[in-house]
Design a protein around this ligand. Structure first.
Ligand SMILES: Nc1nc2c(ncn2[C@@H]2O[C@H](COP(=O)(O)OP(=O)(O)OP(=O)(O)O)[C@@H](O)[C@H]2O)c(=O)[nH]1
Ligand SMILES: [Zn+2]
Length: 342
């Protein structure tokens, strides 16, 4: 499993055996042996909406969790009233170890990044082919975030009724991205294309994209009303979808009895205007390019891979890797530097 360095206390919620711990784990463990497993669907000002055995349960963090953050996608253990009835409140007593974290800084000047989603394994970058115009730099930044977090990127191109997908797909061809293309007609005719569903099945997919690209339309098509376990999330939080500032997890089908869905999860996030990349480590990005990573062994220390001494030029010239791959990597690495309009 991928290891991450320690960041802010708030976000570093990995349960670790603490030598200085105030509370020996042996005391807390047995007490919560009867806790039920659930998954965090959304977080609103400290109030957690969780899916527990198919029910939507509102919960608060137990005091013993201290400042540890709980984020959308977290797998948690809950005690208390799990009926999901109105005005009931359960307690989250444990956060299971995360398999991944997607972080983002609000913008590049912000020192603190926030974990926005836990336990995802795929990042769907939703881009309209027109209205609004595609923003390749934003796509690139999302790609860097995906590679950094160890998530498989997936390109979802919407509004193909307005413009062809070809040119954008050409740009990303060297990266070998998996992709799906959708159109209004397709969505109206009965949901998203089978190939997109196939790409989402059994995975936890975070959807990101600029406001207006059709993310909500797409998620609604993916999660039919009947199965929207969170259809009442708005009733609980008292906020409409469009004013929601937090991510929202939706099970693609049954939701599973223990808060796990074999069919997969889609996590909708609010439209992003930018994707701060302060926290990204170069080495984690190049890791997604195994064909180039091997050649980078010859690079000078702390090579930016975009400087005269970079060994990757020779690596490619000697035919070990496709020059288009290096060009793509360099474009992605360059996108970490902020520019007007990011
Ligand atoms: N032509 C066309 N329009 C679409 C398509 N999908 C969505 N739209 C329209 O695009 C507009 C924005 O769609 P939303 O689903 O609200 O976009 P969003 O990305 O969720 O936007 P935010 O809620 O602001 O984050 C709406 O008017 C949709 O009807 C499509 O495939 N083709
Ligand atoms: Zn280099």
């Amino acid at each position: 499993m991928r290891r991450y360095g320690k960041h802010t206390d708030e976000d570093d919620i990995r349960v670790r055996p603490s030598r200085r711990g105030t509370r020996p784990r042996t005391h807390t463990r047995p007490k919560h042996e009867d806790a039920s497993g659930g998954r965090v669907l959304t977080v609103d000002r400290g109030r957690l909406t969780c899916l527990v055995e198919g029910r939507t349960v509102t919960a608060m963090k137990a005091r013993e969790l201290g400042r540890k953050g709980v984020v959308v996608g977290d797998r948690v253990a809950l005690v208390g009233d799990l009926s999901g009835a109105k005005d009931t409140l359960a307690r989250v007593v444990r956060v299971e170890e995360r398999t991944s974290v997607l972080r983002r800084t609000a913008d590049d000047n912000e020192p603190y990044e926030r974990v926005i989603v836990a336990n995802a394994d795929q990042l769907a970058i939703v881009t309209a082919l027109a209205d609004p115009e595609p923003r390749p730099r934003l796509v690139d930044r999302c790609l860097v975030a995906a590679y950094d977090a160890g998530l498989d990127p997936l390109l979802v191109l919407t509004k193909s009724d307005l413009a062809p997908a070809g040119p954008l797909l050409d740009t990303y061809a060297p990266l070998g991205l998996r992709y799906a293309v959708t159109s209004r007609q397709q969505l109206e005719r009965g949901g998203p294309p089978a190939e997109l569903l196939e790409l989402l099945r059994g995975r936890t997919t975070v959807c990101v994209g600029h406001s207006g690209v059709g993310k909500t339309t797409l998620v609604n098509a993916l999660v039919p009303e009947r199965q929207r376990a969170t259809g009442d999330v708005n009733a609980i939080t008292g906020r409409g979808r469009h004013t929601t500032t937090a991510a929202l997890a939706l099970p693609l089908a049954d939701g599973g009895s223990d808060g796990d869905s074999d069919d997969g999860w889609v996590i909708d996030t609010p439209g992003v205007r930018s994707f701060g990349l302060n926290h990204v480590q170069l080495s984690r990005v190049i890791h997604a390019f195994p064909d180039l990573e091997a050649g980078a062994a010859e690079c000078p220390r702390a090579c930016s891979h975009n400087e005269p001494g970079c060994a990757l030029d020779r690596w490619v010239a000697e035919g070990h890797a496709d020059p288009a791959r290096l060009a793509s990597l360099r474009r992605l690495l360059a996108t970490r530097e902020r520019r007007e309009g990011d």
